[in-house]
Design a protein around this ligand. Sequence first.
Ligand SMILES: NC(=O)c1ccc[n+]([C@@H]2O[C@H](COP(=O)([O-])OP(=O)(O)OC[C@H]3O[C@@H](n4cnc5c(N)ncnc54)[C@H](OP(=O)(O)O)[C@@H]3O)[C@@H](O)[C@H]2O)c1
Length: 330
Amino acid sequence: MKGTVRYLAGIAGQSGYGSKSTAEQVTQDCSSLPPYLTAIVTGATSGIGAETARVLAKRGVRIVIPARDLKKADEVKRNIQRETPNAEIIILEIDLTSFASIRKFCSEFLSLGIPLNILINNAGKFSQKLEFSEDKFEMTFATNYLGHFLLTELVLEKMIETAKQTGVEGRIVNVSSVIHGWVKKDHFSFNDMLHSKYYNATRAYAQSKLANIMHAYELSKQLKAINANVTINAVHPGIVKTGIIRDHKGLITDSIFFIASKLLKSTSQGASTTCYVALSSKTKGVTGQYFADCNETRCSSLANDDYEAHELWKQTRSLIEKRLRVQLRP
Ligand SMILES: NC(=O)c1ccc[n+]([C@@H]2O[C@H](COP(=O)([O-])OP(=O)(O)OC[C@H]3O[C@@H](n4cnc5c(N)ncnc54)[C@H](OP(=O)(O)O)[C@@H]3O)[C@@H](O)[C@H]2O)c1
């Protein structure tokens, strides 16, 4: 009850920000940012990702946009540069549902020889019906989780090296959702998520978002163990009427959104938690946490289950290594 009042009234939490804070507001204190930061923002061709890229670029961060639709990415680039003429935006092709495409993106990015300070795993999919990716995995899980897992693995060494050379903390942000809390332990089976027998779109989406948090939780521990100056956290952006929701046309969905319109955030409010975690000095050294409305908050107990998070990580890594016949990080 207290939480709902806080949300509706936009009351600030410990960070000094709340549900109504915008991405621009939460990054206003970032004037002392180290120069020449570089960020990869997936899903920056629309919605929350486009706003995240715009605001980071406004704060002087060089943006790499991995996109499957290069025309859309070019429009985003032009919009950003209209507002911030000297913004540096690099567009490279990626399809997160294809391991081959992710590897191609990473090798093209790494061949640019530029540093990497920030990785924002934001792209998202809510597949209404059972579909399979190029690698033959359920589409929502493949896009939201497997694709970002592989992307992170392939650029992690670059992030660790950049942080070592510059002394500037690297940051990874996994964009998750509050819906992760709907998943119960008996519905969290790796093989079932890869090849669902009884597909339920909402459940598949919630499972992928739970996996995003577990990924952050497990990787944060691994990074700490090797003393890497790179953090990883997960965020819930809030409910925003972006493409991911607009795909669900229909009287029921429209009515729910009309009734719930007071609960919706603007896109800039939706991008605020990501931008806060990625840039603020207040989140320095914070890792393995879950944020909503720009404040650390509790995720489900399953999301923070050490054993489950480690098992998920091991199974994912083994799946990818077998499929690609390569060894990922030792
Ligand atoms: N909106 C909400 O209420 C809400 C709530 C909780 C969490 N989230 C999370 O917030 C994140 C951003 O979502 P959004 O609301 O901004 O959705 P959106 O407007 O639909 O944007 C999704 C982005 O992901 C990209 N994408 C999808 N599949 C891809 C693929 N196979 N390869 C590369 N890029 C791909 C899309 O690219 P195209 O332009 O090519 O389609 C688009 O840029 C997602 O992770 C979502 O789960 C959203």
